[in-house]
Design a protein around this ligand. Structure first.
Ligand code: ZN
Length: 110
């Protein structure tokens, strides 16, 4: 069984689908950002800034299992999925949250 990314926009932190405007996170000005959900990113910052890639992988596998979406936990696939999202990619290159903040706001102006 292959895990697939949700069709359309999805959160670059937890991979959940961003279907409705109210699912979107907000920047410092309270404007919606299009790359993070409101559970992960609110008021221009991550809700849990100290969360690690491993924490997120564990969380997503647990949620999928609880939702009955996977019978066996496919840790490798969730690991690949999560570690390719923007939030965790940039944490590997040791960018600060400040850098990330600027990048998100720059995207908003496109
Ligand atoms: Zn999220």
């Amino acid at each position: 069984m292959k895990l697939k990314l949700p069709i359309g926009a999805f959160c670059q932190s937890c991979a959940s689908a961003l279907r409705r405007t109210e699912d979107l996170g907000t920047n410092k000005q309270g404007k919606r950002v299009h790359n993070y959900c409101r559970c992960c990113y609110r008021d221009g910052r991550f809700v849990e800034p100290n969360l690690t890639t491993e924490d997120m992988i564990l969380r997503v596998t647990t949620e999928l299992r609880l939702a009955g979406m996977i019978e066996m936990v496919v840790v490798n696939e969730v690991t690949a999925l999560i570690s390719n999202l923007d939030r965790w990619r940039s944490s590997r290159s040791e960018k600060s949250t400040q850098d990330l903040d600027i990048r998100i706001e720059a995207r908003d102006h496109r």
